[in-house]
Write a protein that binds this ligand. Sequence first.
Ligand code: SIN
Length: 520
Amino acid sequence: MKSRYISGFHDVNDKKDCDVVIIGTGVAGLFTALNIDSKKEIIILSKTKIDNNNSNLAQGGIAACVDEDDDFKSHYEDTLRAGAYYNRSETTHVLIQEAPKNIKKLLDYGTNFDQNENGNLRVTREGGHSKRRILHAKDATGRELIRSLSVEIKSRKNIVVDENVFGIDLITNQNRVCGVLAVNEKGEKIIYQSKAVVLATGGIGQIYKNTTNPEVTTGDGIAMAHRAGGVIHDMEFIQFHPTAMYSEKNGQKFLISEAVRGEGAVLRNIKGEAFMKKYHKLADLAPRDIVARSIFTEKMITNVPYVYLDITHKSPSFIKNRFPTIYERCLEEGIDMTKEYIPVSPVQHYIMGGIYTDIDGKTNVEGLYACGECACTGVHGANRLASNSLLEGIVFGNRVVDSLTHYISNSNLTPLPVIPNIQYTTHKDLDFDHIKEKLENIMDEYVSIVRSQNGLKIALKEMEKLRNQLAGCEEDRRYYECVNMCTVAILIIKAALKRKESLGAHYRVDTEGKGCIINF
Ligand code: SIN
């Protein structure tokens, strides 16, 4: 069942007005804010802290055609090949061609990418790329981006960042957005009334048992947009990153960047055999969906829950200098990656689908824009090419601005609708941690790297049962998150059921002629 709002409005404590509310402080949200005319008043909402997001954890880098050996055509073709040719060509052209000018903006904001001895930007390679084109800041590129953008944000008088404020629902009047209902850490509700809202809320990783995403990624933006009548697209395409560090404990997993393979690391099974050549001509640098399925297969063959990543042939000084964060983290886990193999396994990493937008980040709800991971611009097709996500954040974060500026310059604040009081259902008997665990179990069992019609049908039934337990309304942030997670999970399962053929990251074992994962 779908309720328009998941919280009441009768106990709102405060109201703030501004031109634009942006929800999310990843690269897409911050970049959008910085590019909007400085005469406009902007409030950015962060669920926790400005740097607690997926962007901040991005290790590998940001793909862009800036090297003289590279060309747009090659980046475009690599993006399409990885995306199983399901990409929207118009937006993908924009992604590639507008990369250099937005990289220049990042440099102007003080982002420090690694440079060579001549002062030129250093580029590395990752899976699916036929050229070296990944700009990076050692192995903590996202951290450097968020650092530099946050410094710039703090210097802007027209931008306020409200931390520890959770966006509960978009407020709409007819099909037009008029603001956001939110709650702060004291439990006080606030209405942010604005001419436009930009959703840059990131991913959905928390619906899976194991993910590279932080605990804030509960799919809030996608669920909110869905309740407000936004079109949601391509939800079946979930990317599993092939190489998260293996541990027996479930939860957020530490990523071993694809750039490690880009610099020559090799995947080996438990017997020490390099196996990727068996599956794809690009071997260890095949697109992510292929590598993830290959590891899945090797794990099945060997009956061991991990494979190894081996970069021991590189010099210790190279490894320590190029991958300082990964090196240190491996040491903490008792692994010296200069001498030992790293145990790795695929985990959820990214969603290619989300809130459907046009080429300017505009949704079908008037005044509502979306960019970054929560948006579906179609640039990633059925499987995202490595390091195209930070790129999407800046290119479409920037593109939102022209259309949005035009819109807010020609409109007033839309009056708030009259919202009927909601009947509260107390869920005091519900254990939200337990509900989350059940939800993760369903997603892991039936909606993972490999799917089947029967499994998806069971998943849908179970997930709807969970969602029905949450019917009604409650004053609890964990409740809102659980509703959002159930909502996106159901959207994913329904989309996966509808797509009967395998495509990109969506792999159906029951597709005709494919009885077995090994034949992919
Ligand atoms: C990585 O460093 O492997 C992750 C980068 C990405 O998701 O594109």
